[in-house]
Unconditional design. Structure first.
Length: 268
């Protein structure tokens, strides 16, 4: 039985500190999506409607996003994270939120090793060069937006993601409104691939994304102590207006992102 302690201040007049035990038995709901092997697919779609016992119904939906197959050795998208999101979405539904769990799986070429292709002599380094393929994030973002529209809720969602899945949620808000964004241990701003070079594709076959959105809406950045403070969003946090306001809040993660005693606490 999973126990968790969490304090999230969402862009609503509602703060939810809790310690709860969940025992949920709800039907799994999946929406089949027909696509070729190189196109992203929806591999999980589960909606939890607000509980009738909730003190009030909150109009802003919460969307728990998992982007699978983006990176060659992607972690954090397995059964453990699915169980945590299952618990969290069930808890927020009991508090009156509409909670959506959605998995978007990248096409077969995403996360594969870079193909070496002939290049102009001026572009060659050491006699060979790699040509990046198109990033899978654009197609995955379009698919994610279509799944959120199925909720038929006019209010922009709050997006919640962990690890590599944060790449998808950040790509989403580049072009689509959101009420808030929660990033748990997001990847670094710079390409972590050891074989990447300036402007190169790295091991994935596509270029690492560079995001340009501003922190002018509520963003919660959660990470290990000192791990996020030098990131683009971490630096924005210094200019934020605090929790619940329009700006970036940086929080220290204790006991791991998915530990049984995981908590979010304010930095000392």
């Amino acid at each position: 039985m999973a126990r968790a302690r969490l304090s999230l201040r969402l862009p609503l007049p509602l703060q939810i500190p809790f310690t709860a035990t969940f025992a949920l038995s709800l039907p799994f709901t999946a929406r089949p999506y027909s696509a070729s092997a190189n196109q992203p697919q929806v591999t999980r779609y589960l909606v939890r409607r607000p509980s009738p016992a909730a003190p009030r119904e909150c109009p802003t939906p919460l969307v728990f996003v998992r982007a699978k197959g983006l990176l060659p050795d992607q972690e954090g998208s397995g059964a453990e994270e699915e169980k945590v999101w299952n618990d969290w979405s069930g808890m927020f539904a009991e508090k009156g939120y509409t909670a959506l769990e959605v998995d978007i799986t990248a096409g077969a070429q995403a996360g594969s090793q870079t193909q070496t292709q002939p290049q102009p002599e001026s572009a060659l380094v050491g006699g060979s060069a790699t040509a990046p393929t198109e990033s899978p994030l654009k197609a995955m973002t379009t698919l994610l937006a279509s799944q959120i529209r199925l909720l038929a809720i006019p209010f922009p969602p709050i997006l919640i993601a962990s690890g590599a899945s944060c790449l998808l949620t950040q790509a989403y808000i580049e072009d689509t409104p959101a009420s808030g964004l929660v990033l748990v241990s997001p990847p670094p701003d710079e390409d972590p691939s050891p074989s990447s070079s300036s402007g190169g594709a790295g091991e994935r076959g596509w270029e690492w994304p560079t995001f340009g959105y501003e922190g002018t809406f509520p963003i919660l950045l959660v990470g290990e102590e000192g791990g996020q403070s030098q990131s683009r969003l971490g630096k924005m946090a210094e200019k934020g207006v605090g929790r619940g306001g329009k700006g970036v809040s940086l929080e220290r993660l204790v006991d791991g992102p998915r530990g049984e005693k995981s908590r979010v606490v304010s930095p000392a």
